[in-house]
Design a protein around this ligand. Structure first.
Ligand SMILES: *Cc1c(COP(=O)(O)O)cnc(C)c1O
Length: 237
C-alpha cells in the first residue's frame, strides 16, 4: 500500500527537489548528498519524492519519525537531525529499522545509549557528531575541543555505531553574511584535526536552504534542505 498525493503537489515537490539536486550536483561535482528535510510535512509528500527516486530524508522529532517510518517504504534512508534527548535514543534505535544516520550526537551518554539499544540483528547506525561551531549557549552540539574524546568513545566503545562525520547548524548571523561562513570553517578545522588524530575520513553535514551553496563551496558532503523543497512549515504544536 502506498500513500496517495495529488499530481499537482507531486509536480511542485519534484520540481523543487530536482532544481536543488541539480544545483548540488553541479556545485559539488557529484560529491554532495541532498537530504530532504521533511519535518512537520505529511508522509504523502515523502512518498511523492520517493516515487521518483529520492531516498534520503531528514526528520527532527523522534515520535514523528517513528510514525512516518511505519507507513513509508523500508528502503528510505532516514536521517535524524533533531535535538536528541538521552531518554529517546532507545526509541530511535529500536523502532526505526532503516535509520541511516543520527546526526545530532553531542555527548558520550547519547552515543552509548544509542549503541546499547541498537539490536545486533539491525544495521549499524551511522552517526555524526554535532558541533557547536558558533559558541552560542542556546545551540546544541559538542564544543570543538570536546570532539576528540567523543570521537574516541564512538570509535572504540560503540560497535553498533559507525562514525560517518561531523554536523553543524551554524549561527543565523554567519549564514546571512556574505562570503566565507566562519562556522563552516570551524567544522572543517575540527574535521582535519580528527582525521589526522585517528587516521579516518569524515564527512561534513552542513548547509540548509539559506546557505547550502556556500556550505558546498566550503566542503560540505551532505546538505539538509527543507523549506526550499517542501515550502514553509507549520508551527510545531
Ligand atoms: C529544519 C532543519 C533543516 C532544514 O532547514 P531549512 O531552512 O528548511 O532548509 C536543516 N537542518 C536542521 C538541523 C534542521 O532542524
Amino acid at each position: 500500500m502506498s500513500l496517495t498525493y495529488t499530481a499537482e503537489r507531486a509536480s511542485e515537490l519534484i520540481s523543487n527537489a530536482d532544481t536543488i539536486k541539480k544545483e548540488v550536483e553541479s556545485l559539488s561535482a557529484g560529491r554532495t548528498r541532498l537530504v530532504c528535510v521533511s519535518k512537520l510535512k505529511p508522509a504523502s509528500d515523502i512518498q511523492a519524492l520517493y516515487d521518483v527516486g529520492y531516498r534520503h530524508f531528514g526528520e527532527n522529532y523522534v515520535q514523528e519519525l517513528i510514525e512516518k517510518a511505519k507507513v513509508l517504504p523500508g528502503d528510505i534512508e532516514w536521517h535524524f537531525i533533531g535535538g536528541l534527548q538521552t531518554n529517546k535514543c532507545k526509541d530511535l534505535a529500536k523502532n526505526v529499522v532503516n535509520l541511516y544516520a543520527v546526526e545530532t550526537i553531542d555527548s558520550e551518554k547519547k552515543a552509548k545509549k544509542l549503541n546499547d539499544t541498537r539490536a545486533e540483528d539491525l544495521p549499524v547506525i551511522n552517526v555524526y557528531i554535532q558541533v557547536n561551531t558558533s559558541g552560542e549557549d542556546q545551540k546544541s552540539g559538542a564544543a570543538p575541543d570536546e570532539c576528540e574524546s567523543l570521537a574516541q568513545t564512538i570509535l572504540t566503545g560503540c560497535p553498533r555505531l559507525s562514525l560517518e562525520g561531523l554536523m553543524t547548524i551554524g549561527s543565523f548571523g554567519a549564514s546571512t553574511s556574505q562570503g566565507e561562513n566562519q562556522d563552516f570553517k570551524t567544522l572543517v578545522e575540527v574535521q582535519k584535526k580528527l582525521e589526522s588524530k585517528f587516521g579516518i575520513s569524515l564527512k561534513l553535514s552542513m548547509g540548509m536552504s539559506a546557505d547550502y551553496k556556500e556550505a558546498i563551496r566550503q566542503g560540505s558532503t551532505s546538505v539538509r534542505v527543507g523549506s526550499d523543497i517542501f515550502g514553509a512549515r507549520p508551527v510545531k504544536q
